[in-house]
Design a protein around this ligand. Structure first.
Ligand code: PNS
Length: 159
């Protein structure tokens, strides 16, 4: 059976931590679908189209990775894509409670899909999209937090 994984997230913007997770997932699963979704609890800075464009740029070299957008419940999207895994990145213990609740609810709603967590590489464990945006807002150097192909795309937004 093909191992198909969906990696959902806001990716507002994508960071080196996200890229670590994508790299690791790409080496384990047959197909990885990185999918941008609007998180109703967070107001996005970048449009979905912009986020997709950035994700496509940084994942070009991974032949089994594709980028998509979805609306609505994650479990419905996962079913539609015939995926059997949901990928999430974990950075700190503080992420765990929310991730644990989400994984259990998703499992209840779609028992066919198993949530798998990846840790970013240790040197990127402290990076978050919101920190990147704050640094960019004050014209700081974000190049050690996001893939170099999208540094300009992010900085342009804060000009
Ligand atoms: O990168 P984020 O913002 O932490 O990602 C959270 C996300 C988008 C994965 C989550 O909010 C989600 O799955 N949203 C889709 C709606 C849904 O299925 N909600 C129920 C989750 S238990």
């Amino acid at each position: 059976m093909m191992k198909i994984a969906v990696y959902p997230g806001s990716f507002d913007p994508p960071t080196l931590g996200h890229l670590d997770v994508i790299k690791k997932a790409s080496s384990i699963f047959d197909r990885v679908i990185v999918s941008v979704v609007e998180n109703p609890n967070k107001k996005a800075t970048f449009s979905k189209k912009e986020r997709v464009r950035m994700l496509k740029k940084i994942t070009k070299r991974f032949k089994n990775v594709e980028v998509d957008i979805f609306k609505g419940l994650l479990v419905n999207y996962v079913k539609k894509k015939r995926a059997n895994f949901i990928i999430r990145g974990l950075r700190a213990v503080s992420d765990f409670e929310y991730e644990f609740q989400m994984a259990l609810i998703n499992k209840k709603l779609n028992p066919q899909a198993e949530t798998v967590w990846f840790l970013p590489f240790i040197e990127h464990i402290y990076i978050s999209s919101s920190i990147v945006k704050e640094i960019a807002k004050y014209k700081g150097n974000i190049s050690c937090f996001v893939p170099e192909e999208i540094v300009e795309d992010i900085m342009r937004r804060f000009k």
